[in-house]
Design a binder for this molecule. Sequence first.
Ligand code: ADP
Ligand code: MG
Length: 476
Amino acid sequence: MEEYRKIWANCLQVIKDNVNSHAYDTWFAPIVPSRLIDNVLTIEVPTSFFYEYLEEHYIDLLRKTLRKELGSGAKLEYSVNVVNGAPSLKYPTQNQPEIKNPGIPYPPYSNTKGEPQILNPFIIPGLKKLEIPPQLNPEYNFANFIEGKCNSLARSAGLSIAEQPGKTAFNPIFIYGNSGLGKTHLAQAIGIETKKLHPDKIVIYLDARKFESQYVDAAINKNKVNDFLYFYQMIDVLIIDDIHEFAGKTGTQNTFFHIFNHLQQMGKQLVLTSDKPPVELQGVEQRLLSRFKCGLFAELELPDLETRIAILKQKIYNDGIVISDEVIEYLASNIKANIRELRGALVSLLAQSTLLKKEITVELASEMLSKLVNTAKKEISLDQIIKIVCERFGLTLEKLLSQTKKREIALPRQIAMYLSLHYTKNSSAYIGAQFGGKDHTTVIYAGKHIKDLMDTDTEFRNTVLNLEKKMKISEF
Ligand code: ADP
Ligand code: MG
């Protein structure tokens, strides 16, 4: 057996022990490993939604498993299986299936074959007319973005922007809302529509983490920061997703500030998304926040039942499947808080019905949902952790996040940092920023300190374990 197959088979063994059979059948069994080059394992997933769902739910498990097999330098890449080589289905800008990458560090804009990629911020094009692939996923277009009360402002502003990028009052547009409510989809739809209406405009989509890692690379290779700046300053529509990730990263924020100012002065369009409204973005510099105010803040809210039904129906229609209205309504009534989960439930239901050779009925859907609730480990948020720790120690939020070094406050704060490091995907810099502007080294130190205490003091250990238990209960 080729090595990559062996490696993936080993990973699957571990994964099998960590997720229930239902989740395993739905999300892992369909994965096909395709290559292993320099510690980068590439796995093929059936649709880009799989990538999205795996990223949201299983990234930690995948990361740990892979590192166990390949060591700490292990990396994972996804490629979306384009059926029968019909590239227009997914990623028309690529000749080969797009490689998507999860939160595991990877070299920006290089693929595993080491083939040159056109989009390279460190190569300054001599010609303005350079073709730069916008890195957009064609599935995330306006036609697929169902309108509802929850998104009508953001959606119509997005459409106006695509018609006249940089020329509307919505510059920047700052799209915010909870996870799974359509921020990435809408931001990309703006990019896709702009490209459709103005093929000559340079549109680029990237997430804040990618921007940051490019900036860090540029900063390490001295002199490259200017190249980095020039590259981003010639873009007509710059879309940066999840900018809350910039929290606590001063260098990246500074650079972004320059790019932002330049683009805005030149009448170029900025599209930003975040999981929080600007006022709640701790760790982001005031001067940057005040720049956002020049444009439009557009919130994506929870979709109502009617919208949830419409979203499911559209998905079902696109996939060419038939499911009764009764089942659709059942799913839409039971999954309210997150559109990604809603779509995930549909994929699970289809997988179950195929595997069990059972018809898709409300009964099957309800069976599936009961399993889903037990397994779909939603990541706990920093806010929830802080709340639980405050409650346990009888502290107010202000006290916990204050600068005081008094032990009765500092220790709970360190516990909360420790829990945040272990139970969320956030970086130590981000966590520090959320804890009243602490440095990332403070967070790392807190993590170590609490672990040491737990190893030496049983009572203390139980206190932390009890908090962990509480967090698990409050996840749903
Ligand atoms: P976020 O970036 O806010 O976490 P996404 O944009 O990734 O959320 O959306 C999660 C999933 O829900 C995606 O698969 C997306 O296509 C789908 N989705 C979100 N909003 C809508 C909508 N209004 N219509 C159709 N699908 C949607
Ligand atoms: Mg997103």
